[in-house]
Structure formats: C-alpha cells, structure tokens
Ligand binder design. Structure first.
Ligand code: ADP
Length: 207
C-alpha cells in the first residue's frame, strides 16, 4: 500500500509547479481538480444527478452542462453550493480512491487538492499534509501574470480560501515558495528524498 501526501495551498501558491516537480521525480500524482472536471465533462458520472437536482435549465440544448450558469447559481445561493458539494464530494472521493489503488505498489504518491483545508472530507485520503506557502503579494502577482485576473478578483478568491495561518496550522510539511522556480524544484527534490526514506521505513515497520 502506498502512502499519500495531500498537496495544498492557496491560489497561485505554486501547487501545480510542485506537483509537476514530484511527477518529474517519478512520483504518482493525482489531481483532484482534473477528477472533478471529468465528472462533469460530457458523459461525466455526476451529470445525471446534477440534472435531477438542478433541473434541465442548467444544461444546453446538446446536453452539455452549462458550467458558467452552474458557477453563477452556486455563487448566488449558498444552499445550492452545499447541495452541489454533497453530490460531488462522494463521487470525487470514490474516483480518487480508485486511482490510488492503481498505485498500490508505489512507495508514496501525491494528491493535489487545492481546497484540502477548506474541505476536510478529503483528509482521509492523505497520510500527510504538505502546504505550499507564499507571501500574499507573490500570490497576487503570479495569478495576475498566469490568469490575467484583476487584483480585486484575486483578492476575492483568496478571501474565500483558508488563511495562510489556518493552512500552516494543519500542515505536516511546508514548502516556502518565495524564491525562484529552480529553488522550489530543489526543495521538492529534497522533500522527495525525505518522503521516500520516511514512507519506506513506515512500510517496513508496518505503520
Ligand atoms: P497554483 O497551482 O497553486 O494555483 P501555480 O503552480 O500555477 O499555482 O503557480 C502560479 C503561477 O506562478 C504559474 O504561472 C507558475 O509558473 C508561477 N510560479 C510558481 N512558482 C513560482 C516562482 N517561485 N517564481 C516565479 N513564478 C512562479
């Protein structure tokens, strides 16, 4: 059985960059966002239940889920957000568990879950929590450059996520990302050596 590291951090903290560095080191990486999107893509497993609960209006004429409309609905009505999460979370959990089983021979793997702290239902999937931490001004600059969002929109997203302090409180390991990408990659390589040694030891003593 593989051990799993839950990788999380605020928007623009550098999670995707860190996930890519682990993947480059040969570590299996599962992306919870990709899984979530595949469940609502064409023929996605979540679509029948979304249609039952939210009605035909949320779908366009060729049967595609209208994501913008759903996002808007969830943004305007907190109870709709809860309803959607209650529907999606068990499906996402089950998909991630299925993928984890595929890597049972690995020493360890990484699950990239952006909202792990905000959605503690997913903590059961990870043996250890790794938080990528960056200064707020870096977060804003990087998201502005990557996604071309207005500062106000970036701040709104950041305010909807757990604070740095909350994230650091539940972290087992912290990867500061305030330097260059090369520095970050070097830190991931060192952490990878540590995780390999740690999880190999734990598997030998059966913990
Ligand atoms: P997240 O997945 O946490 O939202 P990303 O990994 O996509 O964040 O990083 C946000 C943006 O910042 C990306 O364009 C990424 O290439 C860039 N980035 C990440 N870390 C650094 C860094 N140390 N220096 C410069 N740019 C960075």
């Amino acid at each position: 059985m593989a051990y799993w590291v839950g990788l999380t951090g605020g928007i623009g903290s550098g999670k995707s960059q860190v996930a890519a560095a682990f993947a480059d080191a040969g570590v299996p990486v599962i992306d919870a966002d990709v899984i979530s999107r595949s469940l609502t893509a064409d023929n996605g497993k979540a679509l029948p239940e979304i249609r039952t609960q939210f009605g035909d209006d949320i779908f366009d004429q060729d049967g595609r889920l209208n994501r913008a409309q759903l996002r808007d609905l969830v943004f305007r009505r907190p109870e709709a957000k809860q309803q959607l999460e209650a529907l999606m979370f068990p499906l996402i959990l089950s998909e991630i568990k299925q993928q984890q089983q595929k890597y049972s021979q690995a020493v360890y793997g990484v699950i990239d879950i952006p909202l792990l702290i905000e959605q503690p239902e997913f903590m059961v999937l990870a043996n250890r929590i790794l938080v990528v931490d960056t200064l707020e001004q870096n977060q804003i600059e990087r998201v502005r450059r990557r996604s071309h969002l207005e500062d106000a929109e970036i701040r709104r997203i950041m305010a909807s996520q757990a604070s740095r302090k909350e994230k650091l409180l539940v972290a087992d390991d912290v990867l500061p990302n305030n330097g260059t990408i090369q520095e970050l990659t070097g830190k991931v390589d060192r952490l990878h050596c540590y995780y390999q040694a740690r999880f190999l030891y734990l598997s030998r003593v059966n913990l």
